[in-house]
Design a protein around this ligand. Structure first.
Ligand SMILES: [Zn+2]
Length: 383
């Protein structure tokens, strides 16, 4: 893996990262395909057409499904030759560690030093996951970038709990590194060049965040994520944590802000030195007929679009806007037709991917601050 900063403006960076599955130009928005598919009937061919660079899949979801009762889902995918082959995607994939889902989705859990015992949200069966298990699952999937297994404590957890939790996350990171080193050395490993990103935690405590960042930067990960944000704190609190944390992470390595966010959140993150983003908003909003434009968000269910012959956004080059009117897409959405959702999801992901392209160009041309101001002003206007 090589990571090279091509241009900078303030703390914002425009970089080029080479991986075994191809190049990632950052800042980048990863398109979230929880169970190895983007919700809204979007295929991997579609992803290429709308400019997707990195697909993000979910370790926890792929572990519990498509298992067959004998094998877990990830074992089945390994037998198939890995996730890239399974889903027909030859570009980079990032897998999350499962930590976030274990702490947010799974039922009744018990956290110990070894890991977490919880119940599957599919069939209720008991599952144990610790750093070694998470690394094994991600190795079976053969993703380009694996994420460390961490505890994602509620951002408003009390100080004492947060300190204990973060200390455990650091010990878990060391175990993840050791496990991955062994797995990458095995002969039948799907991707022997799998990379590992460590995760900074600490809620909204400046002190814990900084101390944790100092600790994990010494551990020489391939990249670093800031986790546990966008989970209930205000946007200002999130920006403040980025202001104090990102400068503590190595500048010459990629930085990933997990689960974020709105176009405005992304612009603020880029300004603070973030490279990678992911979020379910564009696909989730698209499935509900909410579409992003440079003049703000539109709800295509609104009656005002009933006879509107214009595309979702004039001038947009996405597969929805090139061929279909607001009136037709509104009709599809109201009739519950899958195509309506699909077109809105394609438009929204294209909007995000295009914004990232514009951000990269703006940093290269030294006009990111100006771009950000204009973009925000446009989106805040009523469309
Ligand atoms: Zn469009």
């Amino acid at each position: 893996m090589t990571y090279q900063i091509l241009a900078e403006e303030g703390r914002a960076k425009r970089a080029h990262m080479e991986t075994v599955h191809g190049i990632i130009e950052t800042p980048v928005f990863m398109n979230v395909g929880t169970v190895a598919a983007i919700k809204g009937a979007v295929s991997t061919d579609d992803l290429k057409e709308i400019g997707t660079q990195v697909e993000l899949s979910n370790t926890y979801h792929l572990h519990v499904r498509p298992g067959d009762g004998i094998r877990s889902g990830d074992q089945l995918i390994k037998e198939f030759g890995g996730l890239h082959r399974f889903m027909n995607w030859d570009r980079p994939i990032l897998t999350d560690s499962g930590g976030f889902q274990v702490f947010s989705l799974a039922g009744l859990r018990k956290i110990r030093e070894e890991g977490v015992t919880f119940h599957s949200h599919i069939d209720g069966r008991k599952i144990f996951m610790g750093p070694e298990e998470s690394m094994m699952i991600q190795s079976n999937l053969g993703s380009t970038i694996a994420m460390a297994f961490d505890e994602c404590p509620p951002s408003l957890a009390d100080h004492e709990y947060m300190e204990k939790s973060v200390a455990r996350t650091t010990r878990w990171l060391a175990r993840c590194q050791e496990a991955m080193r062994k797995l990458n050395g095995q002969e039948d490993c799907v991707n022997r060049h799998q990379l590992l990103f460590g995760i900074n935690q600490g809620g909204i405590s400046e002190e814990i965040r900084i101390r944790h960042a100092d600790e994990i930067r010494e551990m020489d990960c391939d990249g670093y994520a800031v986790g546990g944000l966008a989970v209930g704190e205000t946007a200002e609190q999130m920006y403040h944590i980025l202001d104090v944390t990102v400068p503590k992470l190595p500048r010459e390595k990629p930085v990933y802000l997990m689960g974020v966010g709105t176009p405005a959140n992304i612009l603020e993150g880029v300004e603070r030195g973030v490279d990678f983003f992911d979020c379910v908003y564009p696909s989730r909003n698209g499935r509900h007929g909410h579409v992003y434009t440079n003049q703000g968000k539109r709800n295509l269910f609104n009656k005002q679009y009933e006879l509107d012959p214009r595309p979702i956004e004039e001038g947009c080059g996405c597969p929805a806007c090139r061929f279909y009117s607001r009136a037709y897409i509104r009709h599809l959405l109201k009739a519950g037709e899958m195509l309506g959702m699909r077109l809105c999801v394609l438009h929204n992901l294209y909007f995000y991917n295009t914004m990232m392209y514009e951000i990269r160009s703006a940093i290269e041309n030294g006009c990111f601050a100006e771009y950000k101001k204009k973009k925000l002003e446009g989106m805040e206007a009523k469309g």
